[in-house]
Design a protein around this ligand. Structure first.
Ligand code: ATP
Ligand code: MG
Length: 389
């Protein structure tokens, strides 16, 4: 089914998952005149609330999948834990981008690392821990390390830092002995990511490299242009991301996350088969956003190289902001934040703020990177977010 052109205003596009990424996909599709349908089990999902249609069902529910495919010409996904077999089933009668086979690789850290190796891109030294024997056989070189469940991890969940064999054994028990990878703890200088979009003809376009700061395992700040990454390293990251996408014949938007080590080496961390939190800056900084390209790729529309028109800082807004120092719920001072020039607030319409939950993001655009950074620090100070980055 891949390669079919679905013209704006004429087709219905579907998305598996109703979170904020689905919501921003729906907005982008709607602005091109597409009808949209979301499949999500939650009656109040952020994307379900804004789409033309909402199929309220589980991701493997036979009737739900049939309803979705009956209503849509093409279907994408907004999170990587949608069962790959559901995507494969939908692909029998509909355009599905990305394919279930690519999502299956991204869902499993062991498969993902094998794919990086096959693409000729270095990742952290690691071992798969899937048995008592594998645990015993772990090389000392991997310690200290991070034990990560192979499946279902996000925002640093499903990860335990371990310094010794004893801690490793305890951590694996704590993770209920599910399949894991143990990664060597690397000396990071900084983190970056690349968003690529690839179509069924194999054409690829890429946004500029993003520099990302994580706090407590969750993305906090993204800066573009990346302030501390050399041209050569940016070129290497873009080329590596393109190889990773091409070698799985990927169609859609793909985010690849990298580490830059203290010795300057570039190491791939992980990837997501969808738009990514670190690509939200594109909504205000570029002439097309990552969500526009997601729509174009699945609809078979031309992909054009996006152009960054404004240096931008993105601040992630977590539920923590909705509570004051005494833990009393409040509304953050948006009026003061929006009084700053170049501020673009995106709230996801989530029904309840919870500590650690992603509720929105704030893009701060300016004529120069220095101005964007200074304004972003002012906004962060008004909101009570960290300003030391
Ligand atoms: P997300 O879904 O938010 O991207 P995740 O839960 O999938 O996160 P990872 O990207 O694997 O988790 O790790 C989260 C963060 O932990 C990384 O961004 C990095 O800061 C740190 N980290 C992960 N692996 C390593 C490593 N091998 N060495 C050093 N730091 C690491
Ligand atoms: Mg990550």
């Amino acid at each position: 089914m891949a390669g079919k052109t679905l013209l704006p205003g004429e087709a219905t596009l579907g998305v598996m998952g109703g979170g904020q990424l689905g919501r921003m996909f729906v907005h982008a599709a709607q602005s091109l005149g597409y009808r949209t349908v979301v499949l999500d089990p939650d009656a109040d999902s952020p994307a379900g609330l804004v789409a033309h249609g909402h199929v309220q069902s589980g991701y493997l529910d036979e009737a739900g999948l049939q309803q979705l495919s009956a209503q849509c010409e093409a279907i994408t996904t907004e999170f990587e834990n949608v069962p790959a077999q559901a995507l494969e089933q939908l692909a029998q009668s509909r355009v599905v981008a990305p394919a279930g086979s690519a999502v299956a690789i991204c869902q499993d850290r062991a498969a993902e690392k094998a794919h990086f190796a096959a693409s000729g891109v270095a990742c952290a030294p690691y071992a798969v821990i899937n048995s008592e024997a594998a645990l015993q056989a772990v090389s000392e070189d991997l310690l200290p390390g991070i034990l990560k469940t192979t499946r279902m991890g996000y925002d640093g969940k499903g990860q335990v830092r371990v310094r010794s064999r004893a801690e490793l054994a305890a951590a694996w028990a704590e993770l209920k002995q599910v399949d894991c990878v143990l990664e060597q703890m690397l000396p990071l200088a900084l983190e970056l990511s690349v968003i690529s979009a690839r179509n069924a003809q194999g054409e690829i376009v890429q946004f500029p490299v993003q520099q990302n700061l994580h706090i407590d395992g969750i993305l906090a700040v993204t800066q573009v242009p990346a302030p501390a990454v050399s041209e050569a390293l940016q070129a290497e990251a873009l080329a590596s991301a393109a190889r990773i996408a091409a070698s799985m014949n990927y169609v859609g938007v793909l985010c690849v996350e990298f580490f830059v080590l203290q010795d300057g080496r570039l190491i791939v961390n992980e990837m997501a088969p969808r738009p990514h939190n670190s690509g939200h800056y594109t909504m205000n900084a570029c002439d097309v956003s990552q969500f526009d390209l997601q729509v174009r790729a699945m609809a078979g529309l031309p992909l054009r190289q996006p152009r960054l028109h404004s240096p931008t800082v993105m601040l992630n807004l977590l539920g923590d902001l909705w509570f004051d120092a005494q833990g009393v719920e409040r509304t953050p001072p948006w009026d003061a934040v929006l009084a700053l020039p170049g501020t673009h607030l995106h709230l996801y319409g989530k029904s309840s703020a919870r500590v650690g939950r992603k509720i929105g993001h704030l893009n701060i655009t300016a004529a120069t990177a220095e101005q964007a950074e200074a304004l972003a620090r002012q906004a962060a100070a008004l909101l009570g977010l960290p300003t030391a980055w």
